[in-house]
Design a protein around this ligand. Structure first.
Ligand SMILES: Nc1ncnc2c1ncn2[C@@H]1O[C@H](COP(=O)(O)OP(=O)(O)OP(=O)(O)O)[C@@H](O)[C@H]1O
Ligand SMILES: [Zn+2]
Length: 496
């Protein structure tokens, strides 16, 4: 209550009322402060909560290179990228551009995702996994928007690694039957990759099982210009992968991991991790205190039986055949001093069941008749070895034959290196003179085959030595090949 005296503007309030008034004002004040506080605090509180969630969503993998077994060559290649991410200024000062995109390609389950996580773990980068198929939407523009928002998030928490699995889902070659939504999504990805500055350390890793499907635009310099093949593990790698996946499991001492690795030729890392897990589950079911060989045997059978592709696991007989076939190529290459062999392997790669890798040659612009014939002999060496050892040939030389025949054809029709001398055959002339040309091609191929066969026959002890080691180890480096030859050449010369 307020008393008002019109004359003096003095307001007289009795003390009891004064007390109540003070209390009222105080309570208002406290209420206001509380209201004000809560009005201010609440959004702050919510904001913190959101930040917290965002931070929690930022995935910083704890996986390290040590968790990825085998793949030593790949890891070596990635060490450079690690240095880029860890010390970007060193490179910026030199005016060097940090690579933006890396493409991992190879068969499924070989550790592409694992490696990308390990790269993030090693560099303490934020990890943004995505799958190409997530961006493929019915409605135009949705995929592009998702790409934009993914890059926005990655930029905020740089250094970041964006991992796009199944990149072929958005990055496949564009055809005349264009799909507007897919094209927009791919364009957005290209724009984002072209857009981020080199000061923002963001590496985009794409993974695919089919490199050949990807659009050229994606592979251009400045985009996914580093391509790293990640293949199925060889014997040593399989042993290491099995070790990684049995590390924290009680294993019966009688289990020989090396022997398990030998029996799982052609399987991927994912299969091996699956075997270890299946074996553990079986051990629980069998009331065992440790995983024994019976559980492993059953798990291997289960995983192998579950494989749809029969040739995913090469039968032992085939493995022997492939070993001799590849040894035939490698030995011919060595004897004829053709190209420098850097690796021989019987680990399937793409459609090939084995392969010989040659060290990059210096650029050559001229090749002689003899050199071309030697190339044909090396190509035919695989089939010759099969004929020599098994008395029959297989379909495995399909690609070799195609390449050998192409060289022979060029020798006859383009280089004037046959009995038809210095003639050049244009398509119409080829049609008219086909029997003549064919006879010359056949002559070159037959002579080379005969020569390669005799050479391998003469050095069959070396062929067997290489094939045996290859069968055992599955991959031989150029140096290991050299050592086998040296060792057996000595034995050979001593024995004659
Ligand atoms: N080199 C390896 N070392 C250890 N574990 C491995 C290795 N390779 C594969 N694995 C195991 O297999 C699982 C699957 O591997 P990952 O997902 O990385 O394969 P991927 O190549 O990305 O397959 P996809 O092409 O099918 O996406 C991993 O989680 C891991 O358990
Ligand atoms: Zn071959």
């Amino acid at each position: 209550m307020i008393f008002f005296n019109g004359n003096s503007h003095y307001v007289h309030i009795p003390s009891a009322y004064r007390f109540v008034l003070i209390l009222f004002c105080l309570s208002l004040l406290i209420g206001y402060v509380r209201l004000d506080k809560s009005a201010q605090l609440e959004p702050v509180h919510i904001k913190m909560d959101r930040d917290d969630k965002q931070n929690k969503n930022i995935n910083k993998p704890s996986i390290r290179f040590n968790d990825v077994a085998g793949l030593d060559e790949v890891k070596e290649e990635l060490f450079e990228i690690i240095d880029f991410i860890k010390h970007p200024t060193k490179y910026h000062k030199m005016g060097a551009k940090i690579p933006k995109g890396i493409l991992f390609y190879g068969p499924p389950g070989t550790g592409k995702t694992l490696l990308a996580q390990a790269l993030a773990g090693e560099t303490d980068s934020s990890f943004f996994p995505a799958s190409g198929s997530e961006f493929v939407e019915k409605y135009v523009g949705v995929g592009a928007k998702r790409v934009r928002s993914l890059f926005e998030k990655a930029k905020k928490t740089s250094p970041s690694i964006i991992f796009i699995d199944e990149i072929d889902a958005i990055g496949a070659k564009r055809t005349s039957e264009s799909n507007n939504e897919k094209d927009q999504t791919l364009n957005q990805l290209l724009i984002e990759m072209d857009g981020f500055h080199s000061e923002q350390t963001i590496i985009v890793i794409g993974a695919t099982n089919r490199l050949d499907l990807l659009d050229e635009a994606l592979l251009r310099p400045g985009r996914f210009d580093r391509h790293i093949f990640i293949g199925n593990p060889d014997l040593r790698a399989r042993e290491e992968i099995l070790m990684v996946h049995t590390k924290n499991k009680p294993i019966d001492p009688s289990v020989n991991i090396k022997e398990l690795a030998q029996r799982t030729h052609g399987l991927s890392g994912a299969h091996l991790s699956n075997i270890a897990n299946e074996a553990a589950i079986l051990a629980v079911r069998n009331n065992k205190s440790a995983i024994g060989i019976d559980e492993f045997n059953e798990a291997i059978e289960k995983v192998i039986a579950g494989l749809q592709r029969k040739n995913a696991v090469i039968l032992d007989k085939e493995k022997r055949k492939v070993s001799f076939h590849e040894a035939g190529h490698a030995l011919m290459g060595k004897i004829l001093n053709c190209d420098l062999v850097s690796k021989v392997s019987i680990v399937p790669r793409g459609e090939a069941l084995g392969y010989v890798m040659y060290a990059p040659e210096e650029d050559r612009y001229l090749t002689t008749t003899n050199e071309l014939k030697n190339k044909i002999k090396v190509l035919l060496g695989g089939r010759c070895a099969e004929q020599l050892i098994f008395g029959e040939v297989s379909t495995g030389a399909k690609d070799d034959l195609k390449k050998a025949n192409t060289i022979a054809y060029q020798m006859v029709c383009e280089y004037g290196m046959s009995n038809l001398k210095n003639r050049v055959f244009e398509p119409t002339l080829i049609r008219n003179c086909y029997p003549l040309i064919d006879k010359e091609i056949k002559k070159i191929i037959d002579e080379c085959y005969e020569d390669a066969f005799q050479t391998l026959e003469k050095h069959s002890h070396l062929l067997s030595a290489i094939a045996t080691e290859l069968y055992k180890k599955e991959t031989l480096t150029g140096q290991e090949l050299e050592n086998i030859l040296k060792l057996n050449e000595q034995k050979y010369s001593l024995s004659i």
